[in-house]
Write a protein that binds this ligand. Structure first.
Ligand code: GBH
Length: 511
C-alpha cells in the first residue's frame, strides 16, 4: 500500500506487470445489476437546425476552416433526432434496462440564458424519447451537459470562463429539465467528464471551444477556471434538485468523471509510485474531492499549481459540503490505463499532470495491454478493477459505469458484414465485466450498473466518423443501423452472469 502526497491511503493491490490476458469467464453479477447503453446529443442527434434549435459551440467548432474535426460535423450524425422510434426498438431488442442520453441545452433554450425564451419543440423531442423508453421498460438516464454549450453563452460572457454567469444559467437550465422531465427521469447526471471539458477545451484545444496557448489563450489558468465553474454549477444544480424536486420526484443525481488508472512506470521507484497516485489526483481528485468529499482540491494540486488554481470562498465550501452527500452514486466513464513516470526537473508552465509523463509501456518495455482500434485505448481490465477499488475507498459511493467500450482494430475499414463480427469488442466487454464481478465479490466494491459506450457508431468529436464505438453499426451514407454481435453478447452474458449470481459468494462490503 502507498501513501499519496497528503498521506491518504490510496492503493490496494500491488501493480501487476502486463500479465497474459485471461480468457473471458462470464463471472457472476448481482441480480439487480443494470445493463444500459450510452450516447450524447451532438454525437448522434443531427437535426442541427431543426425545430428551432439554437447553435452550440460544437456547431461552430465542427464547421471551422481549416477543419478541426477531420472534415466532418454533426449536422446529420446518426439522424437520431428523426429516428427515435427505430432506435428505441433497437434498444429493446438488446434487452437494455437503461439508456443514458444527453440533453442538448440549445434545443430547449436556443440562446441558453436564464432570461432567454424556451423552445417547446425541443422539449417535445425529449418527452417523446422518454415516453418511448418507458413504454419498453427502459429507464431514461439523462446527462444535462455533454459538451454542447449554447454558442450564445460562449459569445455573451465567455461561457465557463465566467463562473457566476455560467452557474446562474446552468442552474436555470437544470431546473427546466428537472421540472419538465423529472417526473420520469430518475437518474440525473449534471456534467460529462469535466476533466476532458477543461483540458481538451481550454488547454490542448482539441475540443470546443478550442482554446489553447497557440490560439492566444491562457492555458495556464483557463482549464482550472472552467473546472471551477463546472464544480460550482454542478453543486448549485444538485442543491436545486434536492430542495425543489427530489422529495416528490425521488430520483438520484451526480456527475460523471472519467479517468485512467495509472501504474508506476518503475515499480521500484518511489518517485514513480508517487507520480502514479498524483496523476490520478490531478485527473479524478480535481473534481471528485470537491464534489464527493465536499472539500478543497487535492493538496498536491494546491501545492503544485499555486495561483493557477482558483480558491473556493467560504460560501462555496459550505455549498460543496452541503451537497456532497446528495451525490448518491459515482458515475464512472472508463476506457483504459497507462504508466506514470515522474518527470525530473521543473514542470512546464502550463503543466496539467503534476509533472508526470504518461506511457503505454513500463520500464521493461512491457505494454500495459493490447491496442484497440484507437491509439489511446488499450485493453487494461486488470487496472479497471484497481480503479474501482481506488474510487470506492476514496469516495465511498456505489459506482455506475456510465461509459465503457472500444473500437475494434481496423474496424472503420471493414464492410458491414465484417464489422458486425466484433470479437475484439466482445472480449473487451467480457473482460471488463469480469473485472466488475471480481471487484464486487472479491473486493467488496459496490458496482450497480454498466452502460456500454455506445449504443451506435457516432460522431467521435475531433476524430469525425472514423472511430466506431457502437454496438450497432451505422452506415453514415444510408444511416442504416445493423446490430453488431456484441449487442447480443451483452444481453446474453448479462442473463448468464445474473443466473450465476445465486451461487456467488455474498457481497462483503466494508463498513
Ligand atoms: C468519452 O471520453 C466521451 O464521453 C464520449 O463522448 C466519447 O465518444 C468516448 O469517450 C470515446 O472517445 O485524440 O489522443 O488526444 C473519453 C475521454 C478524451 C478519450 C479525449 C480520448 C482523445 C485522445 N476521451 N481523448 S487524443
Amino acid at each position: 500500500m502507498f501513501l499519496s502526497e497528503e498521506g491518504l491511503l490510496t492503493e490496494y493491490a500491488a501493480p501487476a506487470k502486463a500479465a497474459p490476458r485471461a480468457p473471458v469467464l462470464d463471472l457472476p453479477l448481482p441480480k439487480d445489476f443494470v445493463l444500459g447503453a450510452a450516447t450524447a446529443a451532438y454525437q448522434i442527434e443531427g437535426g442541427a437546425f431543426q425545430d428551432g434549435k439554437g447553435p452550440s459551440i460544437w456547431d461552430e467548432f465542427s464547421h471551422l476552416e481549416p477543419s478541426r474535426t477531420s472534415n466532418e460535423n454533426g449536422d446529420v450524425a446518426c439522424d437520431h433526432y428523426n429516428r427515435v422510434a427505430e432506435d428505441v426498438e433497437l434498444m429493446k431488442s438488446y434487452g437494455l434496462q437503461a439508456y443514458r442520453f444527453s440533453i442538448c441545452w440549445s434545443r430547449l433554450i436556443p440562446l441558453g440564458g436564464r432570461n432567454d425564451p424556451i423552445n417547446e419543440k425541443g422539449i417535445a423531442f425529449y418527452n417523446n424519447l422518454i415516453d418511448r423508453l418507458l413504454a419498453q421498460n427502459i429507464q431514461p438516464v439523462a446527462t444535462l451537459y455533454h459538451w454542447d454549450l449554447p454558442l450564445e453563452l460562449q459569445k455573451r460572457y465567455g461561457g465557463m470562463l465566467n463562473t457566476p454567469q455560467f452557474q446562474a444559467d446552468f442552474v436555470n437550465y437544470a431546473r427546466l429539465c428537472f421540472s419538465r422531465f423529472g417526473d420520469r427521469v430518475k437518474q440525473w447526471i449534471t456534467f460529462n467528464e469535466p476533466y476532458i471539458i477543461s483540458t481538451y477545451g481550454f488547454h490542448s484545444g482539441i475540443l470546443a471551444p478550442g482554446h489553447s496557448t497557440s490560439m492566444g489563450n491562457d492555458s495556464r489558468t483557463e482549464p482550472f477556471r472552467a473546472g471551477h465553474s463546472i464544480i460550482l454549477s454542478h453543486a448549485a444544480a444538485v442543491k436545486a434538485y434536492a430542495s425543489e424536486f427530489q422529495l416528490h420526484q425521488t430520483g438520484s443525481i451526480s456527475i460523471v468523471l472519467n479517468g485512467d488508472y495509472y501504474e508506476p512506470y518503475d515499480i521500484l521507484s518511489e518517485a514513480d509510485r508517487a507520480a502514479a497516485q498524483r496523476r490520478m489526483e490531478f485527473y479524478i481528485g480535481w473534481f471528485g474531492d470537491p464534489v464527493y468529499l465536499g472539500t478543497d482540491y487535492p493538496a498536491c494540486m494546491r501545492k503544485r499549481l499555486g495561483s493557477r488554481l482558483p480558491e473556493f470562498t467560504a460560501a462555496d465550501l459550505s455549498l460543496l459540503s452541503e451537497t456532497a452527500p446528495i451525490n448518491s452514486f459515482y458515475g464512472m466513464n472508463h476506457y483504459t490505463s497507462q504508466y506514470a513516470r515522474a518527470r525530473t526537473g521543473d514542470p512546464e508552465e502550463d503543466d496539467m499532470t503534476g509533472n508526470v509523463e504518461e506511457l503505454p509501456y513500463d520500464i521493461d518495455g512491457v505494454e500495459i495491454g493490447p491496442l484497440s482500434g484507437v491509439s489511446w485505448l488499450r485493453v487494461t481490465d486488470v487496472q479497471f478493477r484497481k480503479l474501482l477499488n481506488w474510487i470506492w475507498v476514496r469516495y465511498q459511493r456505489p459506482i455506475y459505469i456510465t461509459e465503457n467500450g472500444c473500437p475494434c482494430p481496423g474496424e472503420n475499414d471493414m464492410t458491414v458484414k465484417e464489422a458486425v463480427n466484433d470479437d475484439f469488442r466482445i472480449r473487451y466487454f467480457g473482460l471488463y465485466l469480469d473485472a466488475i464481478s471480481r471487484a464486487i465479490y472479491e473486493d467488496g466494491v459496490k458496482v450497480q450498473g454498466y452502460y456500454a459506450w455506445s449504443l451506435m457508431d457516432n460522431f467521435e468529436w475531433s476524430a469525425g466518423y472514423g472511430i466506431r464505438f457502437g454496438i450497432t453499426h451505422v452506415d453514415f451514407k444510408t444511416l442504416i443501423r445493423t446490430p453488431k454481435r456484441s449487442a447480443f453478447y451483452l444481453r446474453d452474458t448479462m442473463k448468464q452472469r445474473k443466473s450465476k449470481a445465486a451461487h456467488a459468494p455474498s457481497m462483503n462490503v466494508p463498513a
